[in-house]
Ligand binder design. Structure first.
Ligand code: PAF
Length: 283
């Protein structure tokens, strides 16, 4: 497995694979890899001849009061995991190379960021869209894989790939959960032993909402109210949003009759947690 830090070396490496007629699947990450990332990588290996993983904690997607400096990092263990899974290369650029002095070009979407997480994290999607565009140009993959846990991020990336005419297949991979239902996330590491059981309320509220829908309730207001009640049964949870929305536009919907996404974000102490689930109405 090659570990490549320099942008031009990564591009040459990918270019050579392409010239040899090989296909590339790409999994961009910020490291501190968990089972969710490994599911993306496994799917990537099935999709293409070669798997390239990037590990880069992207400063552009963190707001000034967010956790950039404390974001968990474990490069040696991450490289081991990539090696074990059979990645061909891991790209580990520096922030100075990705955003050198004078960098001033960003990728901004006009509508999708003004929903869900984008409302409380105003720079997040600009940073994600910019770094993913740069990584696509450097790695030049045929397919790229993203987790459905970050549903809005996946929607943003699908949109930018279409709008900017990237010839890249975007593959969404289902959420990977701990055995007790907690969605895997690098930020779960921040949870204290006291907070960890409270974090289960996210999945529990989604399950309660789905049960309500399965028994015939279609009023989104009532379903959201139930989910909020489940979440706020814990005094330590601070709600950011509980939303039922159209999975493509992310616009809120009032009646659950077709495809509907329920998405949640909460603060548990200093840790922000998100989760989501498609609601399936009775046929
Ligand atoms: O989902 C993540 O880990 C990041 O947002 C991504 C896509 C690697 C961009 O920095």
């Amino acid at each position: 497995m090659k570990v490549i830090a320099a942008i031009d070396e990564m591009t040459r490496f990918s270019q050579k694979l392409r010239c040899d007629g090989r296909t590339i699947a790409f999994v961009p990450t910020m490291g501190f890899l968990h089972e969710g990332h490994l599911a993306l990588m496994t799917e990537g290996k099935n999709k293409a001849d070669h798997l390239v993983v990037s590990i880069f904690v992207n400063p552009a997607q963190f707001g000034p009061s967010e956790d950039l400096s404390t974001y968990p990092r474990a490069l040696d263990q991450d490289l081991e995991k990539c090696r074990d899974i059979g990645a061909t290369a891991v790209f580990t650029p520096s922030a100075d190379d990705m955003y050198p002095n004078g960098h001033e070009t960003y990728v901004v979407l006009e509508k999708l960021p003004f929903h869900l997480c984008g409302l409380s994290r105003p720079v997040f999607f600009k940073g994600v869209a910019t770094v993913v565009t740069k990584l696509f140009n450097i790695v030049r993959p045929h397919a790229a894989l993203f987790g459905e846990k970050d549903f809005q991020q996946l929607a943003v990336i699908r949109r930018l790939v279409e709008d900017l005419c990237f010839d890249i297949e975007i593959v969404g991979v289902p959420i990977v959960r701990e055995p007790d239902g907690l969605a895997m996330s690098s930020r779960n590491k921040y949870l204290t032993p006291k907070q960890r059981p409270h974090a289960l309320l996210l999945h529990r509220s989604l399950t309660a909402a789905q049960k309500m829908v399965a028994t015939g309730e279609s009023d989104a207001g009532k379903i959201v109210a139930l989910a909020r009640e489940v979440l706020t049964s814990c005094a330590d949870i601070r709600l950011d949003y509980v939303s039922i929305c159209d999975p493509a536009s992310l616009d809120e919907i009032a009646v659950v009759e077709g495809a509907a996404l329920m998405a949640i974000a909460v603060w548990l102490g200093k840790t922000r947690l998100i989760d989501n689930q498609m609601l399936v109405p009775v046929p």
